[in-house]
Design a protein. Structure first.
Length: 246
């Protein structure tokens, strides 16, 4: 299963190698701006946080546009700068909602949860609960923009709801995907964001969502399978049959 996912991801990277590196370089530039902001205003918390939140918003909008280009890759089309620009405009509302979620999680992780833990005693309970909330939200957000690319007519709340449905309906796979995101994020830090980089993570989440959508596509075309457990190997075989048919 993981092998099939990574095979599809690497194949798309190879087929779109030039825009892949261009997008990664764009993401690196955002990282450089963040570090420069910290260098200049690290001692001035108000200015640093204000610029940080502005940078997060700009990056989230850019991130949503890049998903549009990467979605084109998964459909066998050439997604480049033009699709990125189109995506930034079309996905703006979803990006704004995603930004609010990211800010909320940042506040929880950097301030509220540590503060609750430092108080000890009874406050360890809400700290524990909020920690798991952050984990589950982070896992669900791996599907947020990919699901919106699949159905762009959905509202932000509908896409968020679908993200959690997909998460808990496919928790084992979602857990593996979260681990892969963690591993490749660490590798990206080692290479300063160049390889595999943000584009690779987005592509992996997009392909993972595409694979999971096979389950619902399969059930739609095979209603007799409703109620029984469908193996991922069965879905992959179904996808291969579809690709050969097309």
């Amino acid at each position: 299963m993981v092998g099939y996912l990574l095979k599809k991801v690497f194949a798309n990277v190879w087929n779109n190698i030039v825009p892949f590196f261009i997008f990664n370089i764009f993401s690196i530039l955002f990282g450089i701006i963040f570090l420069y902001n910290f260098y200049l205003f690290g001692q001035n918390a108000a200015v640093f946080l204000f610029l940080l939140f502005v940078l997060m918003f700009i990056y989230t909008v850019y991130d949503s546009g890049q998903f549009n280009a990467i979605y084109e890759w998964t459909q066998g089309r050439r997604g480049s700068i033009n699709e990125l620009a189109i995506g930034c405009k079309r996905n703006f509302r979803h990006a704004a909602f995603l930004y609010l979620l990211r800010v909320l999680m940042l506040i929880l992780v950097s301030y509220i949860i540590p503060s609750a833990k430092s108080l000890g005693g009874f406050m360890l309970i809400p700290a524990f609960i909020l920690s798991w909330v952050v984990i589950f939200v982070s896992m669900a957000l791996n599907y947020y923009m990919p699901l919106y690319q699949e159905v762009s007519s959905d509202s932000s709340f509908v896409t968020t709801k679908k993200s959690f449905i997909v998460l808990f309906d496919n928790f084992g796979f979602s857990f593996i995907l979260a681990l892969l995101n963690t591993v490749f994020s660490i590798l990206s830090l080692v290479t300063l964001g160049l390889i595999p980089g943000a584009s690779f993570l987005q592509l992996m989440n997009m392909e993972a969502t595409e694979i999971l959508m096979l389950k619902y596509d399969y059930l739609k075309n095979h209603p007799e399978a409703a109620g029984r457990k469908i193996s991922m190997s069965e879905l992959i075989a179904y996808e291969i049959d579809k690709e050969n048919y097309l």
